[in-house]
Design a protein around this ligand. Structure first.
Ligand SMILES: [Zn+2]
Length: 66
């Protein structure tokens, strides 16, 4: 019984950890002014490490490799 409870607690802790590792980071695209989540796993990135660019603009303008 005690072991079962501990396992559940561990599960909870790991779920929380996942959230902390990838929190939402809302930025506004400097090209289209759309708000987007920078930490989402897509092409959004910081142009010149400075200007937030959304997934759509990154693909459309093909600036991802710069
Ligand atoms: Zn954009």
């Amino acid at each position: 019984m005690v072991i079962e409870i501990e396992a559940k607690e561990n599960e909870k802790t790991s779920n929380i950890k996942e959230k902390v590792e990838k929190p939402e980071k809302i930025e506004t695209c400097y090209l289209c002014n759309k708000k987007f989540d920078m930490n989402k796993d897509d092409y959004s990135h910081y142009k010149y490490d400075k200007y937030p660019m959304c997934d759509y603009c990154s693909q459309f303008y093909g600036f991802y490799d710069e």
